[in-house]
Write a protein that binds this ligand. Structure first.
Ligand SMILES: [Zn+2]
Length: 447
């Protein structure tokens, strides 16, 4: 009977059966294994609790690279390598902010990445928009500490004040900047992240206040009183450091030169544990590949797992990969990044490859209906995929329900306890099924 089954399977492939029909049994096996998996959480626990946060240039990042490569080798991956990537090296040092007038109390805050150090005291001038800042002009801003306190709308909208606000205020002569957190971390923790200073503008201290401290400061300002803040930061840029991408593979059995990339970024901000941003995005793809290996499922094409260096403050890992593999990018079938945390998986977003690729991805998605993770939508990718997507590689990003990510993101709250093991397993299942089928199906994606 076993032979009859095999015979029927061969007949059905030859008869042009659908992807769902061909892969249903294997997908069920993968999902079952992933939903019982313990290895993913064990690895994530080690990364978070034993290594911890890992900003580019830090000792934590160096340790994470060595551990990741050793873990890939122990998991049976092939061609494990750690190509060097030069990365920016920003260090926070000590920092504090306090109101010194009309009374004295300390502010809970976190400095923004890539800002400068200083020890300044100044009157606070509050603005709710860039228009309000421009209206104040140099006369209203020079020598002051600017507080951006727009209402929180979304990471994209409110985050603009983190990305651009310090530079714009510095250009008008501000001594320092405080902002409403670009994320909405709970329990008196604030959100850091990268800031860009325009060339030639002084790199001043800038930090995000917790909602609790912001509220206190806002209420004082609303009273119309003069408010003075003292802000001290030791933040500084050091010369570029050696970082690395970490790469491992499951080589394809028939078309090993055609590659499916599944990836996340190994660096994190220097707060919390980088559990959801982006520990889950590294360990998820890695564990997906290890499960395929354990199940004896070697696809026709190569699946390559990549842990990116330096997503948070430079994207140097994505750029270095593009440079390293520039002659092989045409053989990259698709590159997938998981960088939105491991809340309950719902599917994938895809950019490139046209309607054909979208339809094929949706067909694969049907295999994930049993765990509700099969929705495929147009538009997706990842910061680290940007450089190769510019060269035409199809990009894709993992989608989740995305309910709580910005309560943890870039803050002390991003710790292992925020990862629900069952949700994480669904992410692993989703990655493993998509990667396997994309690597094994007869037609190359988009054809
Ligand atoms: Zn991230």
């Amino acid at each position: 009977m076993r032979n009859l089954g095999l015979f029927l399977a061969v007949i059905s492939v030859c008869a042009g059966q659908s992807v769902e029909d061909v892969y249903r049994e294997r997908a069920s096996k993968i999902i079952a294994a992933a939903m019982q998996d313990e290895g993913g959480m064990a690895k994530l626990s080690y990364l978070c609790d034993r290594i911890g946060h890992r900003l580019s240039g830090s000792e934590g990042f160096t340790k994470a690279v060595a551990w990741s490569a050793a873990t890939m080798i122990a998991g049976g991956l092939e061609n494990v390598s750690t190509p060097t990537v030069k990365v920016p090296h920003w260090v926070r040092g000590k920092e504090m902010a306090e109101v010194v007038w009309p009374m004295r109390f300390s502010l809970s805050m976190v400095g923004l990445g890539m800002t400068g150090g200083g020890d300044v005291t100044g009157e606070v001038v509050g603005v709710r928009s860039f228009e309000e800042l421009e209206k104040l002009g140099r006369r209203g801003v020079e020598g002051k500490i600017v507080l951006y306190h727009p209402p929180w709308v979304s990471y994209g909208v409110t985050g603009a004040f983190r990305r651009l606000g310090p530079s714009r205020a510095a250009k008008l002569g501000a001594k320092a900047v405080l902002i409403r957190s670009a994320g909405i971390p709970q329990n008196n923790s604030a959100h850091t992240g990268v800031t860009n200073f325009e060339e030639g503008v002084p790199v001043i201290p800038a930090g995000a206040l917790t909602e609790e401290s912001l509220g206190k400061l806002e209420r004082l300002l609303q009273g119309g009183e003069r408010v003075v803040v003292h802000y001290m930061s030791e933040a500084k840029m050091l010369p570029d450091a050696d970082g690395a991408n970490v790469i491992g593979e499951l080589r394809g059995s028939e078309k090993p030169d055609e590659v499916i990339v599944i990836s996340g970024h190994l660096d994190s901000w220097d707060v919390g544990q980088g559990a959801q941003d982006d520990g889950t995005g590294c360990i998820g793809p890695l564990q997906a590949l290890i499960l395929l290996k354990q199940l004896g499922l070697r696809p026709k094409r190569t699946i390559r797992v990549v842990f990116w260096a330096n997503e948070e403050n430079g994207t140097k890992g994505g750029m270095a990969y593009r440079e390293q593999f520039k002659d092989q990018l045409k053989n990259h079938v698709i590159a997938i990044e998981m960088d939105g945390g491991a809340e309950r998986a719902v599917g994938m977003g895809i950019t490139g490859g046209g309607e054909k690729a979208l339809t094929q991805m949706r067909a694969i998605g049907k295999l994930l209906q049993p765990i509700g993770a099969g929705l495929v939508t147009a538009g997706g990718g990842g910061t680290d995929l940007g450089p190769m997507m510019k060269d035409g590689v199809i990009g894709s990003g993992v989608r989740t329900v995305g309910k709580r990510y910005f309560e943890w993101h870039h803050s002390e709250s991003d710790t292992l306890d925020k990862v629900n093991p069952d949700d994480f397993r669904r992410n692993i299942a989703q990655l493993a099924v998509f990667a396997y089928v994309l690597a094994d199906m007869d037609l190359r994606l988009g054809n």
